[in-house]
Design a protein around this ligand. Structure first.
Ligand code: FE
Length: 304
């Protein structure tokens, strides 16, 4: 759906901007400087999303220490690189090379130990890491991992100018479907995530139907944009998670500069969240078990 099809859009409720979660400067790994919006504190989660980090620096001192070997259990990590090179290695022997425009989708499941290290000593490093929760019944599944090359990400051209890169989920523009590499039955009964990188030239409008039950947010990482119904348009604060209220559709309007916005949405799990750093389970007992498993060398098992 686009604004060029007003007959359909009149029946849709456009989601307003309901809440802003500003990003906070923080450091993680061995001292990588980043901005954390979703997940900056426990009240800043948006079910099913646990965390969104943006890293962006031209100064190697901000990223060179990287993320040496560390564990995860109970959720998924999604790394989307805009600039720079990272090397990934895990205990299963997977080795990946994240290049500009590539994505790594990793389901930690019952446990993974991996490292994420910069493969450059100077220049710009820029990108995002999203943490997506798993439902209780999938938290202990075997780990799964996929490196997605830039050419595997469909790009939808918008009729009013601009384009959308589809990382997860499906986007329909002028009757044509663009399905991301992460979509389909794998998530049919789970979070069913949408992850789009939207680029809009000045003044362009992007309207798209979103599943009614999904919770979602926008993250403006470049330029200017507003969100909502024309009669209730609100500016999107830069480098913040702009949480969308209830409705059937999202509508984004670029300002006087080209806007680059992530749209991230998913089906909420509505389960209790117990988190201890890189372990995200449902109960404190399960967190204790994760720690005990790590200490006993049982967290990260060889492949089945
Ligand atoms: Fe990690």
């Amino acid at each position: 759906m686009t604004d060029a099809q007003p007959a359909r859009s009149t029946t849709l409720t456009i989601r307003p901007l309901s809440r802003v979660i500003p990003s906070q400067a923080t450091a993680d790994g061995a001292g990588v400087r980043l901005r954390r919006s979703i997940g900056a504190h426990p009240g800043a989660r948006l079910d099913p999303f646990l965390m969104l980090d943006e890293f962006s620096s031209d100064d190697a001192a901000d990223y060179i220490a990287g993320f040496p070997a560390h564990p995860h259990r109970g959720f998924e990590t999604v790394t989307y690189m805009l600039d720079g090179h990272m090397r990934h290695e895990d205990h299963l022997g997977n080795r990946g090379h994240l290049t500009p425009g590539s994505v790594q989708w990793m389901t930690a499941g019952r446990g993974i130990i991996h490292s994420e290290m910069p493969e450059q000593e100077s220049g710009r490093m820029r990108g995002f890491q999203l943490w997506v929760n798993l439902p209780a019944r999938l938290k202990m599944q075997p780990p799964w991992y996929r490196d997605i090359a830039p050419a595997e990400l469909p790009v939808a051209a918008l009729p009013g100018g601009g384009r959308v890169k589809v990382i997860a989920g499906e986007l329909e523009v002028d009757g044509q479907r663009h399905t991301g590499p992460i979509a389909g039955e794998r998530f049919a009964d789970s979070t069913d995530p949408l992850y789009w990188d939207i680029h809009l030239p000045p003044g362009a409008v992007f309207s798209q139907r979103l599943p009614g039950g999904h919770q979602g947010f926008l993250y403006l990482y470049e330029g200017e944009a507003s969100v909502g119904h024309p009669a209730a348009l609100r500016a999107l604060p830069p480098r913040a998670a702009g949480v969308l209220g209830e409705g059937d559709a999202v509508r984004i309007v670029a300002g006087s500069r080209e806007a680059r916005v992530l749209l991230i949405a998913g089906k909420p799990l509505r389960e209790p969240v117990a988190q201890y750093g890189p372990f995200v389970m449902n109960t404190q007992d399960e967190l204790r078990q994760a720690l005990a498993d790590l200490q006993a060398g049982r967290l990260a098992l060889p492949a089945d």
